[in-house]
Design a protein around this ligand. Structure first.
Ligand code: GP9
Ligand code: MN
Length: 434
């Protein structure tokens, strides 16, 4: 066992935050559907344009008492964008400091990821549904190494002509055309949907646009288009929920929805500001950082005691949260996140570039901001200096532990209880004639 792995194990033991007994096991035995909302940011939740809600259905899920929703949840991706988000949700480790982990290491990496954990601990089958080519972000190789049983990518669907945008099958069609495959999955299942239509440059054919929705006139075509594809994404989710209810799957399924990263680049911030009720001339780097929130909505039919949670967390924290909701302890795994529902968690969100944010302060490119006043901390007291150093050290440590795990492929040497190593060769994703 290498020395590095001992250091990692010690870190994980020391940072294990436990679970929240009010919610642990609340989704035990249920199917899990993770819906990756491409480029969908928190500011769109409850946002109105021309007096109209942009995403009325997602808003209703967000506010449902059957949902655990998070309003201080941040994306933590690096250059691997979607693939970094996926990596965090599946493994509770970060992407790489440069490039995409999926692309750079995905061929040979030892993963102890959600599909395999849920399969081996609780008999879940698994599948990913996506409207783009299977090879994008090296997914075919990565998913085999993660133990995904089914990878239903663009090759499985009719993606011709107006059925697709530049990024693949349009979301409404993805949900609809996936149903025959979804219905073949043995329950309980762990299924992931990667949407694509709400992807920059947010272009959508007229006939797919809701004639009753009038978008903004912000001066930025990205922003105006963004609300149009947000609205389309919202309708696609609503249609999928209608199917889940009609088929009866709904009652026995936990649906986890999350935004993978920003869609609106900071070059558009000044045009966005008025729509968010802000003065563009007063826009700060902290305002930009605050926009890195993406929604996380965990919808558990019948939960009844959910609500909007204000804890500060990020994508790294989702896997242990899901495991605990399913009644599975995460303690035995090398997972760097902390259950978002735990009362003992540290509210320090670490970004891939070593920036960080807490409820009180944020570090952005080495400058410390006071989150309450939206100003730079010009003259920190001795106590503040000590605190900022402690937070930065903690952030650096978390990233370096993650990098050591991933860059040295340390999980090769780690054998959690009841976990059998994945044999990638045993998965065949080619489309079979049925
Ligand atoms: C491509 C899609 C987009 O298949 O997942 O990835 P992104 O460009 O957001 O990283
Ligand atoms: Mn993405």
């Amino acid at each position: 066992k290498p020395e590095e792995l001992k250091t990692v194990q010690k870190y994980v033991q020391q940072h294990y935050a436990g679970m929240n007994t009010t919610y642990a096991g609340k989704a035990k035995g249920k199917n899990v559907i993770v819906i990756h909302l491409e480029s969908f940011q928190q500011f769109s939740i409850d946002q109105k344009v021309n007096g109209q809600e942009v995403t009325p259905f997602l808003n209703s899920l967000y506010h449902s008492k059957d949902s655990l929703s998070f309003d201080n949840f941040f994306h933590e991706v690096g250059q691997g964008k979607t693939s970094d988000a996926e990596n965090m949700l599946e493994t509770s480790t970060f992407g790489l400091p440069q490039g995409s982990l999926f692309a750079k290491l995905g061929n040979d990496q030892t993963f102890q990821a959600m599909p395999a954990i849920l399969n081996q601990r609780a008999g879940y089958s698994s599948a990913v549904f996506h409207g783009n080519n299977g090879s994008f972000w090296n997914r075919t190789n990565v998913y085999k190494n993660m133990g995904y049983q089914n990878w239903v990518s663009g090759e499985y669907f009719d993606t011709s002509g107006k059925r697709s945008t530049a990024w693949g099958l349009k979301d409404k069609l993805l949900f609809k055309d996936s149903i025959p495959y979804l219905e073949q999955l043995q329950q309980p299942f762990y299924a992931k949907y990667l949407t694509v239509t709400n992807h920059t440059p947010f272009e959508l054919d007229k006939e797919d646009q809701d004639p009753n929705f009038q978008t903004s006139n912000s001066g930025s075509k990205y922003i105006d288009n963004y609300f149009v594809t947000n609205h389309y994404l919202d309708q696609s989710i609503q249609e999928f929920f209608n199917y889940l209810k009609k088929s009866g799957l709904y009652d026995n399924t936990m649906v986890v929805l999350y935004g993978d990263h920003y869609g609106i680049n900071n070059s558009e911030d000044k045009q966005l500001a008025p729509l968010l009720g802000k003065d563009p001339n007063q826009w700060t780097d902290l305002d930009t950082e605050n926009l890195q929130r993406t929604p996380l909505i965990i919808h558990i039919p019948g939960l009844n005691n959910g609500g909007v949670q204000h804890t500060y967390g990020g994508e790294i924290d989702v896997a242990p949260t899901i495991e605990h909701l399913l009644g599975l302890s995460s303690k035995r795994y090398i997972q760097l996140g902390q259950d978002l529902l735990s009362k003992n968690r540290t509210q320090l969100v670490v970004m891939r570039n070593k920036d960080w944010i807490t409820p009180d302060y944020a570090s952005i490119s080495g400058t410390i901001w006071d989150c309450k006043t939206n100003t730079v901390v010009e003259k920190p007291t001795a106590a503040q200096q000590k605190l900022f150093k402690k937070l930065q050290d903690e952030a650096n440590e978390k990233l370096s532990v993650s990098d050591s795990v991933n860059q040295k492929n340390l999980l090769r040497f780690y054998h959690p209880e009841d976990f059998k190593a994945i044999n990638a060769a045993s998965y065949d994703y080619s489309k079979k004639d049925t």
